[in-house]
Design a protein around this ligand. Structure first.
Ligand code: PLP
Length: 404
């Protein structure tokens, strides 16, 4: 049987996406990864069953602790993010809550982006204060706001770049430098919109990066999942508390599907970006469109940061028109190629209307300068578009039909 070691593969991102974490099955020689659904594993060495008995390489005991198929995905993601450790979760929200609850304690202070994924925004605003965690919600697109918010008890800064839904960016290296100069403050980056093809936050100085695997990494809209990556020590602690004790771990079947998606991630991101650029340029030239935000366009206010921090501009863009709600109604009825649906990062293009007032009342609740900054990107509301893998010309024709 081949002597391949699935930890040792080296190469470019495309080679890693295909091979990292996987190896032919040592018994059968199967080239594709096995799907191991077993929830328990037979042991030859009687041992303890508390999470605190976990040794460095305990083998497999029970699937909530670790599973061979999930481990293959975790190793592949480590290779893509250049991380020592990875823990997969049932969803991106399970990854976010796992990291927040396991690192923060009562009396700690958290600095969070004022604009991010709605579920994360609401978890931070509504749940953490109830647990005695102090929060400051600031516009993290300016590192000066982050520095000004740091206090003696600040323990974590959580950012998202590009940020849902307005495509505003944060400078990961500058925020990490500011955090670490001020003390033992962990920087956590939600990199779901960027993917490791665009940005590797750990290489830029962040302590943790997390993803909703439901989006680009899985890539096909058929498997929910999440992942947190960081140092071996940090992920070991996370596995013990968030994985084994909170229990929201990834199912092996979803890991297997997401790993299959991973193999084509670098190629898909290239095609996603190409389609997004074509649609973004079409929208910029369209007389009914009043604004387009795409990090790949020279007109994006942070295009220079995008060029510096992103090797791929991904395929999330927003645009505005005079009467958004009316266009949303036409889209829901008349789009033929693009699906009018939430979520993103799939091979199918998706679009959804995000009204500013609605977002302010529910998820973000901003006022003053923070609301002004949000409106500079989003006006009264945006269409958030996730460009899939269809022909750009067909996507433009579909949008042209409903724009009128
Ligand atoms: C979807 C998403 C999440 C949450 O992930 P789920 O898999 O839906 O739980 C978190 N952050 C971002 C940026 C997302 O797009």
């Amino acid at each position: 049987m081949s002597g391949r070691d699935n930890k040792a593969i080296e190469g470019g991102l495309r080679t890693l996406a295909v091979h990292a974490g996987e190896a032919p099955d040592p018994i059968t020689g199967a080239s594709a990864p096995n799907l191991v659904m077993s929830s328990t594993f037979v042991t030859e060495e009687p041992g303890g069953f508390s999470a605190h008995d976990l040794s460095d390489d305990p083998g497999f005991l029970y699937t909530r602790w670790g599973n061979p198929t999930v481990q293959q995905l975790e190793r592949k993601l480590c290779a893509l993010e250049n991380a020592e450790g990875c823990l997969c979760f049932a969803t991106g929200m399970a990854a976010a809550s796992g990291i927040l609850f396991s690192v923060l304690s009562q009396g700690d202070h958290l600095i969070a982006s004022d604009t991010n994924y709605a579920g994360v925004a609401e978890l931070i605003r509504d749940t953490l204060p109830r647990m005695g965690i102090e929060i400051s919600v600031v516009d993290t697109s300016d590192v000066a706001n982050v520095s000004a918010a740091i206090k003696d008890n600040t323990r974590m800064i959580i950012i998202e770049t590009p940020a849902n839904p307005i495509m505003r960016l944060c400078d990961i290296a500058a925020i990490s430098d500011a955090a670490h100069a001020a003390g033992d403050i962990k920087v956590v980056v939600d990199s779901t919109f960027a993917t490791p093809v665009a940005t590797r936050p750990l290489d830029l100085g962040a302590d943790y990066v997390f993803h909703s695997l439901t989006k680009y990494i899985g890539g096909h809209g058929d498997a929910a999942g999440g992942a947190v990556l960081g140092s071996a020590e940090a992920i070991g602690a996370l596995r013990l508390e968030a994985g084994i004790h909170y229990g929201g771990v990834l199912s092996p079947f979803n890991a297997w599907l997401i790993m299959r998606g991973c193999a084509t991630l670098p190629l898909r991101m290239r095609a996603h970006e190409e389609g997004a650029m074509e649609v973004a340029r079409f929208l910029e030239d369209h007389p009914k469109v009043t604004s387009v935000m795409y990090p790949g366009l020279a007109s994006h206010p942070q295009h220079e940061l995008a060029q510096r921090q992103m090797d791929n501009f991904s395929a999330m863009l927003t645009f505005q028109v005079e009467d958004g709600p009316a266009l949303a109604e036409r889209m829901a009825k008349d789009l033929q190629v693009i699906h009018y649906a939430v979520s993103l990062g799939h091979h199918r293009s998706l679009v959804f209307w995000m009204g500013t007032d609605d977002l302010m009342n529910t998820s973000f609740r901003l006022d003053g300068a923070q609301l002004d900054s949000f409106r500079a990107y989003a006006g009264d509301g945006v269409f958030r578009v996730s460009i899939g893998l269809e022909d750009g010309v067909d996507l433009c024709a579909d949008l042209d039909r409903v724009l009128g």
